[in-house]
Design a protein around this ligand. Sequence first.
Ligand SMILES: O=C(O)c1ccccc1NCC(=O)[C@H](O)[C@H](O)COP(=O)(O)O
Length: 214
Amino acid sequence: MSDVSIKYCGLSRPQDVVAAAEAGARYVGFVFFPKSPRNVTVAQARALALEVPLGIAKVALVVNADDATLDEIVENVPLDMLQLHGSESPARVAEIRARYGLPVMKAIGVAEAADLAAIDTYAEVADQLLIDTKKPKDADRPGGNGLSFDWGLLAGRKYWTVPWMLAGGLTQDNVAEAVRITGAKQVDLSSAIESAPGVKDAGLMHAFAQAVRA
Ligand SMILES: O=C(O)c1ccccc1NCC(=O)[C@H](O)[C@H](O)COP(=O)(O)O
């Protein structure tokens, strides 16, 4: 699995950036969602982004953000990608992509086969897709819940017209199986690299990276 790229999401402290870089992350994500334990302010994200070494993509995660919110983030935080993790329509994805001139990754929630149709739809307007577990009805956030979905739904459907990441409940113990079943070349996670909600753990980041490289 040494050719699998890792995105560590929900970093909120300088030491998280250092640990992610040392673990070999290809992407790091900053969450702009006030209800999340990983939420960062624009000022925090700016300070963190300025510490990210060259070669690691800095991703801002937003949920149904309006233009004013996005303007403030994009004007202040040096970014390489926007991750749209809400119910943004294909038209809104295209609009955001054109407005900011940044690559856009659209999250697609999957719980059953019928959810896969959205992958083809959004592949036409996004630069990347993040295929994640669909938000459970009782969850207060649409991602980062540490829950996986039936990876078998993606088996045999490895190729879309844009790059994609697998997310949702990935851990050092299950990532090999998830990659084997889905053929993912990129993986994204948050909960399994935390010692407490919102608190990233350097040891867990390294252990996950080792499991990916094994
Ligand atoms: O992480 C959050 O708190 C969050 C809040 C609102 C929307 C999305 C959020 N996270 C999305 C991510 O990119 C996660 O890394 C992805 O859903 C996987 O999370 P996990 O299952 O915890 O590994």
